[in-house]
Ligand binder design. Structure first.
Ligand code: NAP
Length: 419
């Protein structure tokens, strides 16, 4: 979709404050948004700034404009604010986009205010949430019926794309729009979709290693955004989720969400790149710790059963342990490298025990619908950890970047005032 294929849907010059909404269907020309600019890249507390007078984005034929009621915080916009590892603004400009700013935000609850001319099944006034999978419907990979999240055009809305949910209005593709669970508040509904759909794909998306009843599933960061959803999804599938956390308070939180037990990683020190394979003494010490870590999992599940799935995202610090403790034929599935990108794999364990190290990213429509159906049916807790004001979003991201936000998901109110 080129920028020139889009047209403005604005109908009024009146502007509205945060916490106020125009009459449904009336679209202001400009809005308030939380904006990152290239000269501010760095700590999210400085990089994000609330700006007024930002153009409400024009729509293409398959796109939808949603008035954001609440917006969820995710780690991806910590990365966007830092401009690392990707300068998202520069990347988009090089691809022909005119904007010199980034509006992040990959989780939203809200109300549909306008639809593109080709959108048939979504009406103005609907209460919705948005999943973050974004791709070009005309991409040959997508047209061939293959998984669109693997297509060259696949993007994460509100990270790779501009006009995410940290603004009064967000622009999304029609296929991203899903019904909001009626029993959830605006803030609750905005909390879980990015991490939940990501977790759903990781656990259910890879044929041959989909989660099965009775499987042991090891979930790193069990009390965090991804972790709380992964633990619940594994438990719903009849598996036995074992969480890893860094203190007992986080352990207690994740036990309430269905973990059969937790390992406190602060009791171990063998993190990061292990000693080289020809360092016999170093290897022995490292293996001793890794085996002790694995034994803690056996103690929790009450038998010598290793994880069939290891749910990975810390990356460099934990991948060697994940590969080591994974069951033969099992899968380490990874969607991030929060602690570093240069992880080490000891290939001896990997090939002889025929393990799978699987990358995963985002969600496709089928996975997002399956996840949201569980949410609508009341089978999942959205794990709203904390609700903050719009002005507090920079600090919430800075805290997340420092690893201080560990209980579920943080949400900011945008159009909503109470809940
Ligand atoms: P989060 O809520 O901040 O949780 C991160 C968790 O990581 C914390 O609960 C923490 O648990 C754990 N952790 C921190 N340092 C660790 C270490 N050194 N070793 C082991 N665990 C450590 O973040 P999130 O929303 O779950 O996201 C996590 C990562 O996934 C981010 O990098 C995010 O960008 C990425 N992500 C990727 C996708 C995708 O589609 N590719 C989707 C969602 C998220 P303890 O300190 O208690 O162990």
């Amino acid at each position: 979709m080129g920028h020139n294929d889009r047209t403005s849907v604005a109908t009024t010059d009146v502007t509205y404050d945060l916490g106020q909404l125009p009459p449904v269907g009336e679209v202001p020309r400009t809005m308030t948004a939380l904006v990152v600019r290239q000269d501010r890249y760095g700590d999210p507390e400085q990089a994000f700034r609330v700006e007024t007078g930002i153009e409400v984005p024009p729509l293409g034929p398959d796109e939808v404009l949603v008035a954001v009621m609440a917006a969820g915080v995710n780690y991806n916009n910590v990365w966007a604010a830092r401009g690392y590892p990707v300068d998202v603004i520069g990347l988009r400009q090089r691809a022909g986009e005119p904007y010199d700013f980034h509006i992040g935000g990959s989780d939203a609850s809200g109300i549909v205010y306008a639809v593109g001319e080709a959108v048939r099944d979504i009406a103005v006034g609907e209460e919705v949430i948005v999943h973050p999978g974004h791709w070009d419907p005309a991409d040959p990979w997508v047209l061939a019926g293959k998984d669109p999240m693997v297509a060259p055009s696949a993007r994460i809305w509100g990270y790779d794309t501009n006009f995410g949910s940290f603004a009064q209005f967000t622009r999304v593709q029609a296929h991203q729009v899903l019904p909001k669970a009626p029993h959830l508040s605006w803030a609750e509904a905005a909390a879980p979709t990015l991490v939940g759909t990501t977790a759903y794909r990781m656990l259910h998306g890879f044929a041959g290693n989909q989660v099965q009843p009775d499987d042991v599933v090891l979930v790193w960061g069990g009390s965090g955004g991804l972790g709380t959803q992964a633990v619940q999804l594994a438990a719903l599938a009849g598996a036995r989720p074992v969480a890893v956390v860094s203190d007992d308070e986080r352990g207690a939180y994740v036990m309430e969400r269905g973990a059969v037990g937790y390992v406190n990683r602060s009791e171990f020190t063998h993190w990061g790149i292990p000693p080289r394979v020809d360092d016999v003494a170093g290897q022995k010490e490292w293996l001793g710790q890794a085996r002790a870590f694995g034994k803690r999992i056996w103690d929790i599940v009450g038998e010598r059963k290793d994880p069939a799935i290891v749910f990975e995202h810390p990356g460099a610090a934990t991948v060697p342990t994940s590969i080591m403790v994974c069951e033969p034929g099992g899968m380490v599935v990874i969607c991030a490298g929060t602690t570093g990108f240069d992880a080490m794999v000891d290939l001896r364990y990997h090939w002889t025990r025929q393990k799978r190290f699987q990358g995963s990213h985002g969600t496709n429509d089928a996975q997002a619908i399956a996840y949201n159906d569980l949410m609508v049916a009341g089978k999942l807790d959205p794990c709203l950890g904390r609700t903050v004001s719009f002005a507090d979003l920079p600090r919430a991201h800075a805290e997340m970047g420092r690893g201080e936000q560990v209980f579920g998901n943080v949400v900011a109110l945008v159009g909503a005032t109470g809940d």
